[in-house]
Design a protein around this ligand. Sequence first.
Ligand SMILES: *Cc1c(COP(=O)(O)O)cnc(C)c1O
Length: 405
Amino acid sequence: MSEAGLEQKYIKEAFDSNWVVPLGPNVNGFEKDLEAFVGQGKRVVALSAGTAAVHLGLLACGVGPGDEVCVQSLTFCASSHPVSYLGATPVFIDSEPETWNMDPELLEEAIKDRIAKTGKAPKAIVPVTLYGMPYRIDRITEIACRYGIPVVEDAAEGFGSRFNGQMLGTFGKFGVLSFNGNKMITTSGGGALITPDEDSWREIMMYATQYKECYPYYQHEKIGYNYRMSNVCAGIGRGQMSVADDHIAHHKHVQKLYEELLADVTGVTVHKQPSKGGFDSNYWLCTITLDPALRIKGQENAYKAVVPGAVGGAASIMHIAPDALTDCQPNDNVEALRVFLDAAGVEARPVCKPMHKQPVYSSAPAYVNGVSEAVFKVGMCLPAGPYVSDQDVRYIVDTIRAAIA
Ligand SMILES: *Cc1c(COP(=O)(O)O)cnc(C)c1O
């Protein structure tokens, strides 16, 4: 059966059996599939979003008002916003240059400094598999253990990425997965929390379903959330699991093709995982960096006008940006290449703007070395989804060549 066929079969079953609710056979089946996929004897709870998984993971680590959580700064906001939902403060940690992920040395410096300044250790550590790249989980785990701080791995973009053969998301106390429309596999929207044992799994399940005690009527002893995945979405997930390995192999193949085809393009560097040390990225997105000296056609017009955002806004609702510039943005040549590719029908995006540079976090402590800000200025993400063919990659690379002035 084709991929869409399997998905439609499970969705049809949900309707036929009248399980059109946030529980049911597809949710249970999808959780079992995920447990088999990640291994390590972990238990998984399927949720309505990856953001919900971050939220519940932190909650279960005891994060509450007045606490601090060390979060990788170079990430999508879903890694850090749940810290704020809980009334806690994110402490942003900059990246190391090889993986672009959490710098273990800065992490330890931050922990020591927070203990010195506040008298208590951060309550959790959130490293992020940015664009699928594994973080240095061996060193982060060693530091986390030394200070007795739990790790909540944000592996939302790292579904199927491994370190020393082990799936990311299974090293920490909790691991986050996302099945949003753009992720490695999708349930339209959704996520999952990988939990360490039966007790944690039960507790997360309670929190995900409004913390209803076992009575014939609603009895609540804790504040819960309506975060369980819908049985219809989980049907899509079960179908997607049958092609998960193919998707991962495809993303790795696309990365390799970009590496080959861009190898001789001066001024453009494909970001690769370290060749030594057990890294196995799923290469969810291929990222490149542009030498600041590289000239791109139309560069003189970069940021001359407010662009109705490549990624901003939602459902056609937008705030009108008051100015084409903020306090820091990608270099002019990066923006010019984005515009050039866009005109050729290719959607490329800037790398995430570091959270410590976001206005909403202007008062959050940050331990920085300049790496994430530098990456933001020179980096760009190229298309890599399951429908990006070899021919598409060739077209994208040809367009990049044509864009160079
Ligand atoms: C996608 C993503 C999440 C989770 O997002 P949802 O859209 O809520 O599923 C969390 N962290 C990162 C880094 C992500 O990219």
